[in-house]
Design a protein around this ligand. Structure first.
Ligand SMILES: [Zn+2]
Length: 323
């Protein structure tokens, strides 16, 4: 029996839209396209068969998997465990060993999970209401060597510790490494100003114009805040020496006015393996650090800070014993 004889016409409701550019353009113009069932194909990683379709308008075939986020992936079942792994101190080489997959697969998965997390964070920013209270500062990391440092401006919501946004940029070496860095790699561009500018421009809709903004005492910060949030209540706090157990981010004693920012930075230092203070896992490519931070930001915002209910909710949930 030929395949054509097995074709059954689909009902109007159950008919999937042909994803070919020709048909998408036709549908946009108001024309109807018609597709028919066109057999199945077996999926290797699960005992399941996928319905194929033939478009009678453009003669292309497609399936129920076409256009999904796991289309053409051979091991989509490791996507979620890997996402949690990368946000929980895991390295790429150890992931290959633990999940029993090839290292090249891990690298590809890292890139796709990173891109998906970036899209998720972007969508999340679009949906969220403008924040009234923020804190920002810069973290530092390296690109392959300490002679090539990177700067990471970071903005967090003071109340919830949600990561609102970050940027990654190059900066020249500091202190005793200046001479060595110049000798080995030549002059290094300082992109910190434009990165902070780019970050604030991206977050214009996410931060209320009259927000309370707190930052470190770096003199360059004030002009950026004044430019993007002229009506905001901005104040700077004096930087203090980090506590040895606080990964350099948590401060020594007493009340820290930018605790939310410093605590989030410490969490990044503790949970993203390439951001550890002493590590073998260093960033080799700048875009991979961006992807890793996007993965952590998604995990931080959706899992880590969501597990803890706000204090006001907790107090209202506890029954009063005064009576
Ligand atoms: Zn078509």
């Amino acid at each position: 029996m030929s395949a054509w004889k097995t074709i059954r016409y689909l009902s109007l409701e159950g008919r999937p839209q042909c994803p070919s550019p020709i048909c998408v353009a036709l549908v946009k113009k108001g024309y109807a396209t018609r597709s028919v069932r066109y057999g199945y194909y077996p999926r290797r990683w699960e005992k399941h068969r996928i319905q194929r379709f033939l478009c009678k308008t453009c003669n292309h075939t497609f399936s129920l998997a076409t256009g999904t986020s796991t289309f053409r992936q051979h091991k989509p079942f490791v996507n979620n465990p890997l996402f949690e792994w990368f946000a929980s101190c895991g390295s790429q080489r150890r992931a290959a060993r633990i999940f029993r997959i090839n290292f090249k697969t891990v690298v590809r998965k890292f890139e796709s999970i990173g891109s998906e997390s970036a899209l998720f964070n972007e969508e999340d920013r679009k949906k969220a209401a403008a924040v009234q209270d923020i804190q920002f500062d810069e973290m530092e990391s390296i690109e392959h060597s300490k002679l090539k440092p990177l700067s990471i401006p970071l903005v967090v919501d003071s109340k919830t510790r949600k990561i609102l946004g970050f940027e990654v940029c190059k900066m020249p070496a500091k202190g005793h490494l200046v001479e060595k860095s110049l000798k080995k790699y030549g002059p290094r561009e300082d992109q910190r100003e434009e990165a902070l500018d780019r970050l604030f421009r991206r977050l214009l809709k996410n931060i209320s114009p009259t927000a309370i903004i707190l930052s470190d005492s770096k003199p360059q910060y004030a002009k950026h805040v004044k430019l993007h949030f002229p009506e905001a209540h901005y104040s700077q706090v004096i930087s203090r020496k980090g506590r040895s157990s606080g990964l350099g981010e948590l401060k020594q004693i007493g009340h820290d006015p930018i605790f939310s920012l410093n605590h989030t930075a410490a969490m990044i230092r503790a949970n993203v393996n390439r951001m550890f203070r002493k590590t073998w896992c260093t960033t080799k490519k700048l875009d991979r650090l961006i992807k890793h931070l996007e993965i952590y930001a998604k995990y931080h915002n959706t899992v880590l800070i969501k597990q803890k209910a706000p204090s006001s909710d907790l107090t209202s949930a506890i029954p009063s014993t005064a009576a």
